[in-house]
Design a binder for this molecule. Structure first.
Ligand code: ADP
Ligand code: MG
Length: 403
């Protein structure tokens, strides 16, 4: 679904109260009975609630659901987006929202700005959107989950991503600066770089390759495996360093020497796993294999060195960020819930895309997803069904930039 913020400024304080009430009610009601919304909102005027409800329903923040037992409303993704944005605005984290720069399988990415004009990224987690595409059993699985699970799971994914980003950043890993988190959203610094997927050539693939594999090893030494370490989740910034002052004296031609260095930034952490995970080695090897495959296909670069290997990497554990994060708010129970959910619905990060490197079928697949989404996103949903599920990444052929 698309974030449509044009109505956000026109909501009254009563509307916000009613929207918040719908959210609270949906924690234990899939369809929140209208009297319960009124009761939680406890507006002074009784008619105010109904005015607000109809206002919110008109702009798609809540959706009316007729049920055999009772009528009520459910909060839509749009409603949750508004609540999160409202909180980010009140805390002065976000001042304005701009263009959408990414449509992931499980997220939407927008550029936004702080009140000082700093460019930021708003990542809205949308678990349960594309996941509906997988087999019928997954849809049943979702349907049988406790109410509001898409909301809860999206919130868990955002919380997990934020906590890991903070920990990694603190330890000096190249990740965006985490700025804020609320509900299913994360705000972080905008990295001025292209995903590696969009890069067609590099002058020195060996050093970039070594650096990326070393990052996988370093992550393991801090207790972590990214789990989705691929060309979509590695942003590459090109920095030109002038070495003229040093070289001009030595250089017979007197030409200015320039060196281009490629600086990777790692993003996308909801599927991060601990080195204690029962399948840790599998995930580690898969991350390594992703990089090897990509470098071989895209840059025709293959290293003679085997590895790195999981067991070698964890011989020198320097710190346990997995344990630290668990203690700081993203609990083991939450990790397990999210893990089970992601597995249950077949969420496997971007790795599926990586396997299909150089194949142009992304768009077709997304179209299928859309059809499935219509089927399963609850019938009353108007906002979700009109979602343009376009391909997440441009195809390589015409969008790559050369370095
Ligand atoms: P998903 O979980 O849906 O894959 P990602 O976090 O990987 O979401 O983001 C999707 C895309 O959005 C990335 O491939 C990248 O192009 C862009 N993106 C995400 N975060 C940033 C950021 N902080 N700075 C710049 N671009 C970003
Ligand atoms: Mg990604």
């Amino acid at each position: 679904m698309k974030l449509n913020i044009k109505n956000i400024r026109y909501l009254t304080p009563d509307d916000w109260r009613v929207l918040t009430a719908a959210e609270m009610g949906s924690r234990n009601h899939e369809i929140v009975p209208t009297p319960l919304i009124s009761q939680i909102a406890s507006l002074r005027s009784g008619t105010g609630v109904h005015k607000s409800i109809s206002n919110l329903a008109k702009i798609g923040l809540i959706a009316k659901v007729k049920n055999a037992k009772y009528d009520g409303y459910r909060l839509t993704y749009g409603g949750l987006d508004y609540l999160a944005l409202h909180t980010h605005t009140k805390s002065s984290t976000i001042y304005s929202v701009g263009n959408q720069i990414g449509v992931g399988k499980e997220s939407d990415i927008y550029v936004c700005a702080s009140d000082t004009g700093r460019q930021l990224v708003l990542k809205i987690h949308r678990l349960g959107r594309i996941s509906f595409r997988t087999v019928k059993s997954n849809r049943d699985y979702l349907r049988n989950r406790s109410s509001g699970s898409w909301m809860y799971m999206s919130r868990l994914a955002a919380l997990k991503e934020f906590e890991f980003m903070k920990a990694l950043r603190r330890e000096g890993f190249p990740v965006p600066e985490p700025i804020g988190q609320n509900r299913h959203t994360v705000v972080m610094s905008l990295v001025d770089a292209f995903p590696m997927r969009q890069i067609s050539t590099v002058s020195d693939p060996a050093s970039l390759y070594a650096e990326l594999l070393s990052l996988i090893v370093q992550l393991a030494q801090y207790g972590l495996i990214h789990g989705d370490f691929n060309e979509f989740n590695i942003l590459i910034e090109e920095k030109t360093i002038s070495t003229s002052s040093k070289s001009s004296a030595e250089d017979s031609e007197g030409e200015e020497a320039r060196e281009v260095s490629l600086i990777p930034t790692i993003i996308d952490f909801p599927q991060m796993v601990s080195i204690d995970h029962p399948n840790a080695e599998y995930y580690f090897d898969r991350d390594v294999a992703c990089i090897k495959r990509f470098f071989s296909r895209r840059f025709c670069f293959t290293s003679d060195d085997p590895g790195p290997f999981f067991n070698d990497s964890i011989k020198q554990v320097k710190k346990r960020l997995d344990v630290e994060v668990e203690a700081s708010g993203f609990s083991r129970k939450m990790a397990k819930e999210l893990d089970t959910y992601m597995k249950g619905v077949g969420v496997d990060g971007d790795a599926g895309g990586a396997k299909r490197d150089d194949d142009e079928s992304d768009e077709g697949e997304m179209e299928d997803n859309k059809a499935e989404g219509v089927l399963t996103l609850e019938e009353s949903s108007t906002d979700d069904t009109e979602a343009p599920l376009t391909a997440r990444e441009p195809s390589t052929s015409d969008q790559t930039s050369s370095m």
